[in-house]
Design a protein around this ligand. Structure first.
Ligand code: FES
Length: 471
């Protein structure tokens, strides 16, 4: 059952922000469907191939439609409207899912590719790359928690006019430029300060200035040549090409429960055809994505197959999702307490047995300070296990070369169990927001993780793994 908020104050600095913390809704532990460890390991495997292919095709569509539109515009043909419609949708709508996947760092195996696509797509979708990276991190921690989530699209009672204007970004664009200006002037809003660390502010200011420079150059070019043409390629697509983004995006959460700790109750999974799934990069598997954000977009259909017995019934089509969403949102205008209740399947009695994480308790040694963790065979190369010993939780890893390491069990960014994360080489990736650490020395290697983990001594002898815990 959702926890009722004190009021419908969605601000991140209002009364519900404090109440969410008091009610245990902030940085909470969310329900996760059981997935066998081997299956999950397979699903987590990163590859460059699928995203390279999809990104190449995406850019080809963008460039091809752009060249066609340019040629037809120059000869004064109204047929230019057709390639511009394609260009606008690719530029302003489908950049949303590229922004999203590259921001999670899962689209490509190679990090610089994720970062490059993220910066390009952020500019295209009119989202400042640094603030939105942090707001999305919060959205994943506290999905649709009132007073915590900065990305609630349809707060209740819903602003129907605002939602309709969202198809053309009418309300978003002025707010975007207001924030750009504010950031270019070296200022942050009080709300942004609740989820963006001070150490990131300079990056925010720098990028805002670059964005404004680009827009100024495009505007200058248009004025100098007395033509709207440059603006049709940069800037105006947000007006004429953004309509597809809410068609997909509103289905994610609108009309569903707030203040719950189960993504099956506040996200929708919607079956879509291959074209929509290419344009949307499989974000239609939204429950699965929120539950397991480490899984790359190209593996979401397989993840869906692995967990669907534990999910509410997926929506058979976009149309079916909208047929539920529209009346629900309209009803919430008069009755803000209303929400669509999803029916959850009964939990399988075998669910725990097939679940991925095994927790070791450890055995105290002979007074020399060492704790016996487990037999060596329980931890394979590039594997991680969890040890709960005394009042502490540890993550024990085996690197690719076979050596054993140990760190704190909880991520320093939130309270996620690192043993449920993904080991690649000497890095552990946090299951919650994809922060990364080098487990050989604890250093934080990818944001939002910024603070290093403590490391602990380990040894392996006589077929057993030992740890020397914190004193
Ligand atoms: Fe946020 Fe780990 S909890 S990166």
């Amino acid at each position: 059952m959702p926890i009722e908020a004190a009021s419908r104050d969605y601000s991140l600095v209002g009364e519900n922000a404090a109440l969410a913390v008091q009610h245990g809704l902030a940085e909470a532990t969310w329900y996760a469907s059981p997935v066998p460890k081997d299956t999950m390991r397979d699903l987590l495997e990163r590859r460059d191939g699928p995203a390279l292919r999809d990104t190449f095709l995406w850019f080809a569509l963008l460039v091809g439609s752009g060249v066609g539109a340019y040629g037809l515009w120059r000869v004064g043909s109204w047929w230019a409207a057709i390639p511009f419609m394609i260009y606008g949708v690719i530029y302003a709508s489908t950049s949303d899912s590229r922004w999203h996947e590259a921001g999670h760092g899962t689209a490509f195996k190679t990090d610089w590719m994720n970062n490059a696509l993220y910066e390009v797509a952020s500019f295209m979708v009119m989202r400042e790359s640094v603030p939105w990276r942090w707001s999305h991190t919060r959205h994943h921690s506290d999905t649709i928690i009132i007073g915590r989530d900065p990305e609630i699209v349809a707060p209740r009672p819903p602003d129907i006019r605002g939602l309709v204007l969202g198809f053309f970004n009418i309300k978003t664009i002025p707010a975007y430029f207001r924030h750009l200006w504010l950031h270019a002037m070296g200022r942050m809003t009080p709300e942004e300060r609740t989820y963006i660390p001070d150490s990131e502010f300079e990056k925010v200011f720098f990028r805002a200035r670059i964005y404004l420079l680009i827009y100024s150059a495009v505007l200058g070019l248009a004025i100098y040549n007395r033509t709207m043409l440059p603006l049709m390629f940069v800037g105006l697509p947000a007006l004429y090409g953004a309509w597809l983004m809410p068609i997909y995006g509103y289905t994610q959460h609108a009309g569903l429960a707030e203040n719950v700790l189960d993504h099956r109750l506040n996200c929708r999974t919607v079956y879509m055809n291959r074209i929509n799934r290419f344009l949307y990069w499989n974000m239609n598997y939204h429950v699965e994505h929120h539950m397991f954000p480490l899984v790359p977009y190209h593996n979401l259909p397989r993840l869906h197959e692995a967990v669907k017995a534990d999910m509410p019934r997926p929506y058979p089509s976009l149309f079916a999702a909208w047929r539920e969403l529209v009346p629900a949102v309209l009803r919430q205008v008069k009755d803000p307490a209303y929400y669509v209740e999803r029916n959850l399947p009964a939990r399988s009695p075998h669910a725990e047995a097939s679940s991925g994480s095994r927790i070791f308790a450890g055995k105290a040694g002979t007074g020399d300070g060492w704790v016996e963790v487990c037999p060596s065979e329980c931890l394979g190369n590039e594997g991680v296990i969890r040890l709960d010993y005394g009042q502490s939780t540890y993550a024990i890893y085996r690197g690719p070369e076979g050596r054993v390491y140990a760190t704190d069990g909880f991520c320093t960014h939130g309270r996620a169990h690192l043993a449920e994360g993904f080991v690649k080489g000497n890095l552990i990736e946090c299951p919650k927001h994809n922060g990364r650490f080098d487990f050989t020395d604890g250093t934080a290697r990818r944001k939002p993780a910024c603070v290093a983990l403590r490391t602990f001594q380990t040894r392996e002898e006589n077929g057993k793994i030992f740890l020397r815990p914190a004193p």
